[in-house]
Design a protein around this ligand. Structure first.
Ligand SMILES: NC(=O)c1ccc[n+]([C@@H]2O[C@H](COP(=O)([O-])OP(=O)(O)OC[C@H]3O[C@@H](n4cnc5c(N)ncnc54)[C@H](OP(=O)(O)O)[C@@H]3O)[C@@H](O)[C@H]2O)c1
Length: 261
């Protein structure tokens, strides 16, 4: 299927690894020009080289922290126009809410709620003027089914989700072919998941492989998702074919969520 977005410009945040990289790669394969960001420049350059090897659109990199105003300004400055915005950042650490103070909450809100809102504020009205725009926010399955130890994520991402539900339905956006949707990953095989499992294995005094396999075999699919699968869904949501899908929360979890709906 031709997604019809060749030549568009996409800003894909936090995209040197994992799910963000999966999204950037899927868009780059479609001939979208991509600006990718991450804090660490080495992995960012390696990813850019991989995307350039597709031989399609332009690939630009911006090293910086997308949760800061300076990081966002640099990312926006590198993108001639933002037709597609993929919001992403690292997730907050696990813990017990009794140990979190204002500082921890503000950091989580900055990363997983306010940064994506700031980037939408900077881009969606221009998208509407041009008559095309696609925003995909990478959130988490924890928005639908909270994960006890990830209270900061449950809270901050739910705030973003509630805000997006209203914004996406503004006629000045939806009526001008600007869609805003959230992708909710369940467990995907990325560095982040591997680090989380490694930490759990150390806490339990068990080998990594044993905890990894236990987690994997508890899934209906008996496997974790891949960044490529995640990217493919993101690219479809960014396509010309997805103009009638907005304000939605798509769970990509291999059937882990146990509800009928
Ligand atoms: N993988 C899963 O199973 C899963 C499940 C649910 C939710 N999620 C959420 O999905 C998001 C992506 O997860 P992932 O598994 O793809 O993580 P990952 O493999 O650790 O990759 C994270 C990427 O984001 C970049 N990044 C992190 N913080 C950043 C910042 N402040 N500014 C710019 N770039 C930043 C990282 O590069 P640098 O470190 O160099 O900046 C890296 O490129 C996270 O919010 C995570 O909590 C993941």
């Amino acid at each position: 299927m031709d997604l019809g977005i060749e030549g568009k410009w996409a800003l894909v945040c936090a995209a040197s690894k994992g799910l963000g990289k999966g999204c950037a790669a899927a868009l780059a394969r479609e001939g979208v020009n991509v600006v990718i960001t991450a804090r660490g420049d080495e992995a960012l350059q390696a990813t850019a080289a991989e995307l350039r090897a597709f031989g399609r659109g332009e690939v630009r990199t911006v090293a910086g922290d997308i949760t800061t105003a300076a990081g966002r300004a640099a990312a926006l400055a590198a993108c001639p126009q933002v037709d597609i915005l993929v919001n992403n950042a690292g997730g907050p650490p696990p813990g017990d809410f009794r140990d979190w103070g204002r500082e921890e909450w503000i950091a989580a809100l900055d990363a997983n709620m306010l940064a994506p809102i700031a980037l939408m504020k900077a881009t969606v009205d221009a998208m509407a003027q041009r008559g095309f725009g696609r925003v995909v926010n990478i959130t988490s399955g924890a928005v639908k089914a909270p994960i006890e130890s990830l209270g900061l994520s449950n809270g901050a991402r739910s705030g973003l989700t509630g805000f997006v539900a209203g914004l996406a339905r503004q006629t000045r956006l939806a009526g001008r072919n600007v869609t805003i949707n959230n992708l909710l990953p369940g467990p995907f095989d990325t560095d982040r998941l591997r680090k989380n499992v490694e930490a759990g294995a150390q806490r339990q005094g068990r080998p990594f492989e044993s905890v990894w396999d236990q987690r994997r075999l508890a899934l209906p699919t008996q496997r974790f998702g891949t960044p490529e699968e995640f990217g493919a869904v993101c690219a479809f949501l960014c396509s010309v074919h997805a103009g009638y899908i907005t304000g939605q929360n798509w769970l990509l979890d291999g059937g882990s969520y146990p509800g009928t709906f």
